[in-house]
Design a protein around this ligand. Structure first.
Ligand code: RUB
Length: 316
């Protein structure tokens, strides 16, 4: 019998690949929910078939975008709770595991926000890049504490996620100045903090985030503007403990330039890396739900949470 991937899993995978579902935490939550639907709707009649279906669904979800480690971490969390002798027991364990994962994700973001908010003072100006729910959670918590903040928001070419950030900051009552990416250097002197999210954090404390984060961090360091990375612990990449590097997603050329415009220029190469790596020396603090850490010490937390043995249960 060929194990079936549920249409909802297929739809979630398509939406992650096309970025209708995007951002590391949102992707993680969608993946856990998709695995739950796969389990709930499975009509496998023996546990081995049930597990085979789950593994296929997990591989389909993993096959979408390679950089955000929150995706494999979310699947790993659910698989670690897979238990029982019957299909019904195994189904229940996945449903509970996925529900627990989503609850923990929400709580972690709130806890992280409360910690990050302590760094922000009344009247401060933040400068943002891309759109990060973890970073915005810090702003939201600061607003709830009654602090007034201003924001300079980088547009974030080519997909302009800065527009999402601008809209959400406005909803929080934060005045926003939107700038093109190249203007960041000029506006850094007006900023008290650069605050960004992360897709993955390596064992050496390097931060993998939206392309442009690295040059922003380097310039911010030159101006002595602190750079804060807001990242729940599901952004910690346990595979980097054993020397694996994080794959940087290369996206379609057409996100950068339309075909007609490209043809009018002549023969050119277009490249569109979605993420870059910011070395730990440019980062002041990584704010997690477990506290804030200098990037160089994040490895201790990573070992505590994941151990040295990294399992990939979907490969069996
Ligand atoms: C999103 C991005 C975000 C991180 C963190 O990239 O780089 O900064 O994913 O987001 P993309 P969050 O738009 O290509 O997915 O804090 O919401 O997890």
């Amino acid at each position: 019998m060929v194990s079936q991937i549920h249409p909802d899993v297929e739809a979630t995978a398509t939406e992650i690949a096309s970025m209708e579902i995007r951002g590391a935490a949102t992707i993680a939550e969608a993946a856990a929910r998709a695995l739950r639907v796969q389990a709930e709707e499975s009509d496998a009649d023996d546990p081995r078939e049930f597990d085979r279906e789950l593994r296929r669904a997990a591989r389909r979800l993993l096959d979408t975008r390679p950089t955000a480690v929150s995706l494999p971490n979310s699947l790993r969390y659910v698989f670690q709770r897979l238990a029982g002798d019957t299909v019904e027991e195994r189904r229940a364990s996945v449903v509970d595991g996925a529900r627990e994962f989503c609850e923990r994700l929400d709580n972690a973001q709130d806890d992280l926000g409360a910690i990050g908010a302590n760094r922000l003072r009344d009247g401060d100006t933040i400068l943002t890049h891309c759109h990060s729910t973890d970073a915005l959670s810090c702003v939201e918590a600061a607003r709830e504490q009654g602090k007034s903040l201003n924001a300079i928001v980088k547009e974030t070419r080519p997909r302009k996620q800065g527009h999402i950030t601008a809209r959400q900051l406005r909803e929080m009552g934060v005045p926003v100045t939107l700038i093109v990416d190249g203007a960041a250097g000029r506006y850094l002197d007006d900023a008290d903090h650069v605050i960004v999210g992360a897709d993955s954090i390596a064992a050496d404390g390097a931060v993998i985030n939206k392309i442009g984060t690295r040059s922003l961090a380097v310039t911010a360091r030159e101006r002595d503007t602190p750079i804060v990375v807001a990242a729940q612990t599901i952004k910690l990449d346990p595979a980097t403990l054993s020397g694996h590097t994080v794959e940087i997603e290369m996206r379609a050329e057409k996100e950068v330039i339309g075909e007609d415009e490209r043809d009018s220029i002549g023969e050119i190469t277009v490249e569109n890396p979605a993420f870059d790596v910011t070395p730990p020396r440019y980062v002041d603090a990584i704010v997690t739900e477990r506290g804030q850490f200098p990037p160089e010490s994040i490895v201790t937390l990573m070992r505590e949470l994941f151990g040295e043995q990294i399992r990939t249960p979907w490969e069996n």
